[in-house]
Design a binder for this molecule. Structure first.
Ligand SMILES: [Fe+2]
Length: 275
């Protein structure tokens, strides 16, 4: 066992999901056994928190690669200059906090396995990130509804409610991509409800209007406090979210005169499938 593996400690943060990982410096190279352990920890706990990290953009990209190859984010106006695989989440460049429950980049054929956020500047109160276990949400649905969802797919494109999307991004990432509404986790083997309400243009066999109404109704019924881990940011936190079995949302409840800067990396996963 390597020295890193010997010190890796994983402590659950909430009964449903989320765990804090101690004993890893993400600024240093991570050995193969530790990579394996972290990949399994993510599949089990669905959200991992690393505290007190101090990372350059290059170190952050290297650390994120533990969970998969970093992939390009489709709103290129928010890419970090010189490090286009890092997206800047920052209200001062005109972004609105993503306050609706969603999973990232469902308009890709191989959507991200994980979204990774690094807290660079954190307001003194509010501005947290919540993550919900869609694995637990699936289990809590009635048998009939599970069977219904198992057979449905969504068609995904860029968000219909965004007005500042660049034409070249729309050309590259606006083509319809079909995904199952329930996906089987490639590492864990469990099933989870999977959709993005503003990226899904419609559900198979349903009108756009009926599709939105059903997705809204599902979100209202499925996402309950018991399946949510709320992350209250501290500067230096790295939060890794498993996009294959969760949804997340930002909280805009912070003082806009303060700065909130998160660096985001998404890493490629496999094509969603229902087994
Ligand atoms: Fe997101």
């Amino acid at each position: 066992m390597s020295s890193t593996m010997a010190t890796l400690q994983i402590t659950p943060l909430h009964p449903s999901l989320g765990a804090e990982v101690a004993g890893v410096d993400l600024g240093k190279p991570i050995d193969e056994p530790t990579k394996q352990a972290l990949s399994h920890a993510l599949a089990d706990h669905l959200a991992l928190v690393f505290r007190n990290q101090s990372l350059t953009p290059a170190q952050y990209l290297a650390a994120a690669s533990v969970f998969g190859p970093p992939m390009e984010q489709h709103y290129s106006q928010h890419h970090m200059p010189d490090f286009p695989l890092i997206g800047m989440i920052w209200h001062r460049n005109g972004q609105q906090p993503a306050e609706r429950w969603h999973t990232d980049h469902t308009n890709r054929e191989r959507p991200p396995a994980a979204t990774i956020l690094y807290g660079v500047e954190i307001p003194s109160a509010g501005g947290g990130t919540s993550v919900a276990s869609m694995r637990a949400a699936y289990v809590a649905l009635g048998e009939d509804e599970r069977r219904r969802l198992d057979s449905l797919t969504t068609f995904n494109s860029l968000d219909s409610d965004k007005t500042d999307t660049r034409a070249e991004d729309r050309d590259k990432y606006g083509k319809p991509i079909e995904h199952p509404m329930v996906r089987t986790h490639p590492v864990h083997g469990s099933r989870a409800v999977y959709f993005h309400i503003t990226k899904a243009t419609h559900i198979s066999g349903m009108t756009p209007h009926a599709s939105k109404a059903y997705m809204n109704d599902l979100l209202e019924r499925m996402i309950r406090p018991e399946i949510i881990y709320h992350h209250a940011w501290r500067k230096g936190d790295v939060l890794v979210i498993d996009d294959r079995a969760t949804m997340h949302r930002a909280h805009g409840d912070y003082d806009r005169s303060q700065s909130r800067i998160l660096w985001r990396i998404i890493v490629e996963g496999d094509r969603p499938r229902f087994v």
